[in-house]
Design a protein around this ligand. Structure first.
Ligand code: URA
Length: 254
């Protein structure tokens, strides 16, 4: 094992070597390695729910590490916002066409970036953060984080159309992965996907003959909030952040 191996902030596929826990903590800002050893010795650090001992090595890509009960992503300076994006707002920091942006709807400092993207005409839940590692995992397809959408569509999808949505639809960039699809109302589909291709839900629905007339994202992984008004944002609770961290702690086998 190579103790000086860089912990893969990017979450690469392939073999990941274990790294000393004090080193992982030091790299994410808990202080010098000595200070981090003191944290471990004081029993303040848990790895996958168990108190860590000095000298412990971890796979930084998969271990759930907590300091004083908070996942290491909650270290000072990191913020995690949940925004209910209204239609007409673009998912970028700057829009050359001068349209309102999601970044303009949350506090300017510290600077945050959107986790993934919603089309300008899509509404609903969007995470914004300055936590690069968490954002990477939430958007990387290998972690397979579910995104749930409510799509108002033209016409009424048949059972066969819903089955196609579930089993996979041939799009111009390839087949879609299995999804969950059900009818909430004659022209309202609930669709849960774990990929994040461009305009994927709109293209899937159009491909089965039911173009989307309105699209709302209602859940990202474990995070849902039916009471957040359009345009409003709030910080994630510690419990929500913990459940998000758990959702991306390991890569599912597919
Ligand atoms: N699928 C879409 O078609 N649009 C979005 O904004 C998100 C998912």
């Amino acid at each position: 094992m190579e103790d000086d191996a860089q912990p893969p902030v990017g979450g690469h596929a392939g073999v990941v070597e274990d790294v000393r826990l004090q080193k992982v903590l030091a790299r994410v800002g808990y202080g010098s390695r000595r200070v981090c050893d003191d944290l471990i010795a004081a029993g303040r650090v848990l790895v996958n729910g168990e108190v860590a001992v000095l000298g412990r090595r971890v796979d930084p890509e998969t271990a759930l590490i907590e300091v004083d009960g908070a996942p290491i992503g909650v270290r000072p300076g990191l913020v995690h916002y949940l925004l209910n994006k209204p239609a007409g707002v673009v998912t970028t920091a700057d829009d050359p066409r001068g349209r309102p942006t999601v970044v303009g709807l949350v506090p300017a400092e510290p600077r945050v970036f959107p986790v993934g993207r919603l089309d300008a005409d899509t509404e609903g839940l969007l995470l914004l953060t300055n936590d690069g590692e968490l954002a990477h995992r939430l958007t990387h397809p290998s972690y397979g984080v579910e995104k749930e959408y409510v799509a108002e569509v033209e016409g009424t999808p048949s059972r066969a159309a819903l089955r196609m949505l579930r089993e996979g639809v041939e799009l111009d960039d390839g087949m879609t992965e299995p999804a969950k699809a059900s009818l909430m109302d004659p022209s309202v589909v609930r669709l849960t996907i774990h990929e994040g291709r461009n305009r994927q839900v709109r293209r899937m629905c159009a491909e089965v003959g039911h173009p989307v007339t309105r699209l709302v994202r209602v859940r990202v992984g474990p995070i849902a909030d039916r009471s957040l008004a359009p345009g409003a944002w709030r910080e994630l609770t510690v419990g929500e952040l913990r459940s998000l961290q758990q959702a991306v702690a390991t890569k599912p086998d597919r």
